[in-house]
Design a protein around this ligand. Structure first.
Ligand SMILES: [Zn+2]
Length: 78
């Protein structure tokens, strides 16, 4: 992590609402392994760093509104 900022990626996505492709810069996100509404804490032991795309798959409350088309700059090169 540089200067306290989360790792980022530049991707091309299909926007479900506009039905168009667009370029987005996205950050990694933190997912609560035990959801907060079930008593899960914000402690590091209860958090997993995931991409927005993985987050949408594992978290039923997460809806991005777009689908990944391609990665322009991944985490290792951005
Ligand atoms: Zn989550």
């Amino acid at each position: 992590m540089t200067a306290g900022l989360p790792p980022r990626m530049r991707v091309r996505v299909h926007n479900n609402k506009t039905d168009k492709y667009e370029i987005k810069e996205l950050s990694m996100e933190l997912h609560h392994l035990t959801p907060r509404h079930q008593g899960g804490s914000d402690d590091a032991i209860n958090l997993a760093e995931v991409s927005p795309f993985v987050h949408e798959i594992i978290d039923p409350s997460r809806h991005n509104g777009f689908i990944l088309d391609s990665v322009i700059n991944g985490l290792a090169t951005f």
